[in-house]
Design a binder for this molecule. Sequence first.
Ligand SMILES: [Zn+2]
Length: 257
Amino acid sequence: MDCQIAQTLLDTYLDGELDPVRNLEIEEHLHGCARCLQSSSDRRVIRHGLKTESLYFKAPPDLQRRIQRSVRQAAKVEAPSRWLSLSWIKIAAPLAAAGLVVLLLVPFFNGPSSDELLTQEVVASHIRSLMANHLADVPSTDEHTVKPWFNGKIDFSPPVSDLAKDGFPLIGGRLDYLKNRPVAALVYRRDKHVINVFVWPSDNSAPSTAPIKTQQGYHVIHWDSAGVNFWIVSDLEASQLAQFADLLKSSLAPPPS
Ligand SMILES: [Zn+2]
């Protein structure tokens, strides 16, 4: 993120209204940019100043009485018998209709689904792993090193397989945090593209696969299989990521008996 974008987003950031990825990007920028950090703290000072009590004045009792009196007089002049007049109905009828439309539409605009929120979280975690130079707690291409590393760190043992022979070498694993729980993150690479595979136990007993999603240039594929959630994310081309997903699925499938 450059300074110009950071400056335009600062107010939204201070209001706490940025999406998680943008939020992270601006925090990273503020870490490294003294000028933007300064204007961020200037804005905080101004905001705080505008909230102090010294800017609020209580009206003197006399002024208060005069205002109340003139409001009452104005209310008397506005004839009280208008309640059922035609002009009132003219206003009320469209309002009631609009209210009905809103009631009918609300179920369709209930904000992002839990799936969309999790997609955002997964993309943010992926970006964070690349930014903070914290790709792997256990950098290893050996599945027999990576899998046991998780023992005692999380309450399940993630399935790990190296796909180097198919052009997707395993490069390590780390602990991450999604949906308010620790998850296993397995890291693969295809050329210069990093692929994060987030794994944690699923509540769904029925296996399911979701269509590929794209967010901020990252592709996300997730599925559920044998009681395990898999979420994979990368900037790799969508068809290659889908190929990776298929390879991973078949490498983890139990051998035919
Ligand atoms: Zn800056």
